[in-house]
Design a binder for this molecule. Structure first.
Ligand code: SF4
Length: 364
């Protein structure tokens, strides 16, 4: 896999999705048998992944199993939950103790770890020692919006590799600069984004949105720029992405990415219960057999319009889903299946960023 490539696999069964995704990404070609491989999920709080907050344990378990089956045994799962929450409790509540037992992989609570001080330009960063020492870092964030930085995905997930005192200091420094600087020191070799369920608004979950996909990329800046579009933002809405690019961490220009979709979304599989906030946005939608990947994009887009104070101007409902295939409808359609609508946006599934732009043009 080249650094300009982003691979996407749709679905919500990580055990079935991870092997073909990692085969396609050529992960094994990057590894040596004696490598210490660090796996960094997002367990910011002790809440199950269905809340939208944390990385699905089935996904991490599938990555661990893939590596073990291919003879890579020096693995560790490491995390430090946010200030005020116990990582050990998060490991337990989020289902990681089972992974540890089943595959004999240690769970490292980075709150107990030593740290090193690393100078980057005018900042001295305190970074936990274990993540600095691994030979290969697999970052497995969740695709979430964030109330302060708008996006939390690849780059921001590295904040779980610093001591609690440093997390507090990052906030006092405005988050963007230290997040970007941290990514110059902690090199991520592969990012695997859990975008099966993420969150509409908060890093601590509570407003989950089913997006039914897993994304892999080697360039964390490119992954974040792409992820931003998936939830209805542009990279320039999230300053740490462009700053990381300027610091040489990666490329933030999604137009230069080769996005490889390994399959297509479907409208089958498990559907998770919608939160009250998602239900409120769903009032603007007429849905019939929509794939969760498509519907989730629309929900994110409607939330971005709401944030900009534009949602109330949307007077007509928006049609989405395979049930509208081939139908002529007077109204607004989202996605290829609803192209029979008098006004429609193509895409299968479309990105939330494109839906936002499309609806904003209509609302002018
Ligand atoms: S356009 Fe249709 S088939 Fe494609 S993702 Fe949307 S609902 Fe599914």
């Amino acid at each position: 896999m080249n650094s300009n490539q982003i691979m996407v696999i749709y679905g919500n069964e990580p055990q079935k999705m991870i092997p073909p995704l990692l085969d396609a990404a050529g992960l094994l070609d990057d590894l040596k048998k004696d490598f210490v491989i660090g796996i960094k999920p997002n367990l910011v709080v002790a809440k199950e992944s269905s809340s939208g907050a944390t990385t699905d344990p089935e996904l991490v378990g599938a990555v661990v199993e893939y590596l073990k089956v291919h003879g890579f045994n020096n693995l560790l799962i490491m995390e430090s939950s946010w200030v005020g929450d116990s990582t050990k409790r998060a490991f337990k509540v989020c289902g990681y103790e089972e992974i540890s037992r089943k595959f004999d992989v240690p769970l490292i609570d980075l709150k107990d770890d030593a740290y090193s001080e690393v100078r980057v330009d005018d900042l001295t960063l305190r970074i936990c020692s274990k993540p600095l020492k691994v030979d290969y870092l697999i970052n497995i964030p969740v695709l979430k919006a964030h109330c302060q930085t708008k996006l939390t995905c690849a780059l921001k997930n590295l904040k779980g590799c610093i001591p609690d005192s440093e997390k507090r200091r990052f906030h006092s420094l405005g988050l963007h600069k230290p997040i970007a600087y941290l990514s110059t020191v902690l090199k991520t070799h592969l990012t695997i984004v859990d975008a099966i369920i993420g969150d509409l608004t908060f890093e601590e979950g509570g407003t989950p949105v089913q997006m039914n996909r897993i994304i892999a990329g080697k360039d964390p800046v490119l992954v974040d720029a792409y992820a931003a579009q998936l939830i209805g933002y542009e990279k320039d809405d999230i300053p740490y992405i462009s700053l990381a690019e300027r610091l040489g961490v990666g490329c933030a220009d999604v137009t230069k990415a080769e996005v490889i979709e390994l399959n297509q979304g479907t409208n089958s599989g498990k559907k998770f219960e919608a939160s009250r906030q998602v239900m409120a946005l769903a009032k603007y939608v007429v849905e019939k057999d929509a794939c969760s990947a498509c519907y989730g994009s629309l929900i994110h887009a409607l939330e971005r319009l709401r944030e900009r104070g534009k949602l109330n101007a949307l007077k007509a409902k928006v049609y989405i889903g395979q049930g509208f295939k081939g139908q002529k409808i007077e109204g607004i359609g989202i996605g290829l299946c609803a192209r029979g609508c008098s006004i429609s946006l193509p895409g299968c599934p479309p990105k939330a960023r494109d839906i936002v732009e499309f609806l904003e043009r209509l609302l002018k």
